[in-house]
Design a protein around this ligand. Structure first.
Ligand code: GDP
Ligand code: MG
Length: 254
């Protein structure tokens, strides 16, 4: 079993993509199950096979610890690690190719709490990768784009897993905007030029420094766009995951 953790800022489209990608995999004849790891999810755009809410309820945590919703989210994220054994014992009953894991709405609850490392280990670190979603509304400007990419790099640094970068909700972008963002990622010179053209000086200086750090760590590469609504780019997730796990050989499709 190979695990795909879908991560990204709140509202970047994780849950929707998990649902759309599962459907796409089904259509391609690849077995997958879906795990909801967001105890705060009120409604989900898919039917989870395994659901953290079975073990952790946000309203119970609020009552038990006397917390508001934000504090309860943090405690719930930490409780994830405490309950992970129960969850993985259910999980081991499945025989499937891919496990699609929908992570908590707020990125930091997954990426920046120790419990996420315990969770990844429980799922099997060797067989795991990240699908990092960038919300196009956050990365339309060069500055926003650099911020989103740096955040992605931090997530990868925290979790130490292979990662693919996806620009989500591409149906909301004009063709020109989409092209520009894809270019920023694959052609550092273009991003460099656009950062220099940006009018706010202090921001530009920080942007340039972050840009250089990105260049030095070699995180520039390929970013792919995906739209759950138009069902485009889903095949790219599959191809990229096959490449990461199996070196490109398609071992699963019927
Ligand atoms: N237009 C468009 N909207 C999307 C797409 N994916 C998600 N959304 C919308 O973006 C919002 C947040 O999506 P959700 O999957 O809940 O984000 P999450 O917080 O990362 O799980 C919802 O209103 C979705 O309907 C997409 O591909 N295209
Ligand atoms: Mg969600």
């Amino acid at each position: 079993m190979k695990n795909l953790f879908f991560v990204g800022t709140a509202g970047s489209g994780k849950s929707t993509l998990v649902g759309a990608y599962r459907q796409w995999l089904e259509g391609a004849g690849v077995d997958a199950i879906v795990v909801n790891m967001d105890p705060g999810a009120e409604s989900l755009p898919y039917d989870p096979d395994i659901d953290i809410r079975e073990w952790i309820s946000l309203s119970d945590v609020m009552g038990e610890y006397g917390l508001g919703p934000n504090g309860a989210q943090i405690v719930a994220a930490d409780l994830m690690a405490v309950n992970i054994e129960k969850m993985t014992s259910v999980f081991s009953e499945y025989d499937t190719d891919y496990v699609l894991i929908d992570t908590p709405g707020q990125l930091e609850l997954f990426a920046f709490r120790e419990s996420s490392n315990i969770t990844v280990d429980a799922f099997g670190k060797e067989d795991s990768m990240l699908v990092y979603l960038s919300d196009p509304s956050l990365c339309k400007t060069p500055n926003g784009f650099v911020s989103a990419m740096v955040l992605g790099a931090l997530v990868q640094f925290r979790l130490q897993l292979p990662m693919i970068n996806m620009l989500s909700k591409s149906d909301t972008l004009s063709e020109a905007d989409e092209r520009r963002m894809l270019d920023w990622y694959s052609l550092p010179d273009v991003l460099y030029g656009d950062l220099l053209d940006a009018d706010s000086m202090p921001q530009t200086v920080v942007g340039m420094e972050l840009f250089k750090a990105m260049e030095n760590t070699g995180i520039f590469g390929e970013i792919r766009s995906v739209s759950s609504q138009d069902e485009t780019g889903l095949e790219d997730i599959y191809a990229a995951s096959q490449l990461i796990f199996f070196g490109g050989e398609d071992t699963m499709r019927d």
